[in-house]
Design a protein around this ligand. Structure first.
Ligand SMILES: [Fe+2]
Ligand SMILES: [Fe+2]
Length: 228
């Protein structure tokens, strides 16, 4: 399970790179084709939020929470704490959501269910919720762009910067800290049992939707990524 989540992180990172390249081009006066931005936002909605976060929020985090091996607030990770103490992005994300006229944005259903409980995974869950708010800003920009409005390049690049910063750090923290802890706290047997439950999440989203998100990723990657 942890290996799959790590591979998914790689795919998500690649699409963050695409998003950054789009923002650079937009800043120089070349906004992304509306359909491409739309499908990239769709990728993050389906593959990152419903599929990847679905597995973390419904399977991994609750299992970790039950081990009692995780400190209150999530694994204490210096890299991560520094960022939140010196540069908490949530007020800026909330301001952007409000300015885009689409707020308030609540967390996704999965996060909502467990965020209110006494939960050791509270900090990673809040990061998922902040990422979701950021994605909604990008979705709003994408919709307006498809509707033919003037492209808000400054708002776009600010939202992309926040989204990328937040997700890169979140992913790094999971890869280097949370998943390492999960491997020792849960062990192979429990992790294998969690993997078996992944099918229900796949069925709920629909195999076709997941495949289509991955096809989108492949096409955008071919066109935009410099480091392929
Ligand atoms: Fe996560
Ligand atoms: Fe993750």
């Amino acid at each position: 399970m942890l290996r799959d989540l790590g591979l998914e992180h790689q795919k998500i990172r690649e699409m963050l790179e695409v998003l950054s390249v789009m923002a650079e081009a937009a800043a120089e006066g070349a906004p992304p084709p509306p359909k491409e931005l739309e499908s990239l936002v769709e990728f993050f909605g389906v593959y990152l939020e419903r599929f990847h976060h679905g597995k973390e929020e419904e399977l991994l985090f609750p299992a970790l929470n039950q081990t009692g091996r995780v400190d209150q607030g999530g694994p204490y990770c210096g890299l991560f704490m520094d960022y939140w103490i010196t540069r908490n992005p949530i007020p800026e994300i909330e301001a952007r959501v409000a300015r885009a006229g689409i707020g308030p944005v609540g967390p996704t259903e999965g996060v909502r269910e467990i965020l209110g409980q006494v939960n050791c995974m509270r900090i990673p869950l809040q990061e998922h919720a902040a990422g979701h708010a950021c994605l909604e800003v990008l979705r709003g920009i994408s919709r307006a762009h498809s509707g033919g409005g003037e492209f808000p390049k400054a708002d776009f690049s600010a939202a992309v910067r926040l989204y990328c910063e937040l997700l890169h750090l979140h992913i790094r923290k999971e890869d280097e800290c949370l998943f390492v802890l999960a491997a020792s706290a849960l062990g192979d047997e429990k992790l294998a049992l969690l993997s078996e439950r992944e099918g229900a999440i796949r069925r709920r989203i629909g195999e076709q939707m997941i495949t289509s998100a991955l096809d989108t990723a492949e096409a955008l990657s071919r066109k935009y990524r410099k480091s392929r």
